[in-house]
Design a protein around this ligand. Structure first.
Ligand SMILES: Cc1cc2nc3c(=O)[nH]c(=O)nc-3n(C[C@H](O)[C@H](O)[C@H](O)COP(=O)(O)O)c2cc1C
Length: 198
């Protein structure tokens, strides 16, 4: 698949085939790609916990907030919950710079993982809205701070891109057939040309 197609297909998915497992070795492969991704100062201050045991997934799920724009949807029902996660942690012993660097790093690392996963038919959702109690729930060490949770699995929903019209709404929405629509600004709206030198 061409890289442009892969980027366009790598959409956020929030409903999964819960009973279709994601192999732990597959998660290790994704983390190996995160490891190779660019990061500020080459500090490599991120660490990743792969989760595919159903009991652990069940402990993580209540700590996550889903799709804030879909106000009449509380998140995936039983049977469509993620069968796997990758928790992205910063190791404070390795992290010396400002937090802006970590947030860039985790974006790059998770994009590497989500692109590779999508190429294998597995999709995901980054969750920044997780409860601080997740740290204690998972008995993580004091030097570990969760910065992002990535839910993963085989999709149980269709997601389509649509072009955001002038004055349109950036909020994603779901139609009556359950298809999830993601409006994106057209190229001419995000492409800024450099101004002529005086
Ligand atoms: C840093 C970050 C945090 C996010 N946090 C959440 C979240 O807490 N819950 C959620 O349902 N989606 C979350 N998302 C997914 C976004 O809502 C999603 O990327 C956006 O709607 C655009 O859809 P797309 O990824 O298919 O382009 C997050 C995405 C990013 C990049």
């Amino acid at each position: 698949m061409k890289i442009g197609q892969l980027v366009a297909q790598t959409r956020t998915v929030r409903r999964f085939q819960q009973e279709r497992p994601v192999d732990e070795a597959f998660l290790h492969g994704l983390i190996d790609l995160a490891r190779l991704s660019g990061c500020a100062r080459n500090a490599q201050a991120l660490q990743f916990i792969p989760v595919c045991a159903a009991s652990l997934c069940a402990q993580i799920f209540p700590h996550l907030a889903w799709a804030g724009y879909l106000t009449d949807w509380k998140g995936p029902e039983s049977g469509e919950r993620p069968p796997a996660y990758i928790l992205c942690l910063v190791n404070e012993h390795w992290h010396k710079g400002p937090d802006t660097e970590i947030y860039c790093d985790v974006g790059i690392a998770t994009q590497s993982m989500l692109l590779a996963a999508a190429a294998s038919g597995i999709f995901g959702c980054r969750i920044g809205a997780f409860s601080p109690a997740l740290h204690g729930q998972l008995r993580l060490a004091a030097n570990h701070r969760i910065v992002l949770v990535v839910a993963l699995g085989y999709p149980a929903e269709e997601v389509v891109l649509e072009e955001l019209r002038a004055g349109g709404d950036i909020r994603y929405w779901r139609d009556t057939a359950g298809v999830h629509h993601v409006p994106k600004r057209p190229l001419q709206d995000v492409l800024l040309l450099p101004s002529d030198p005086a």
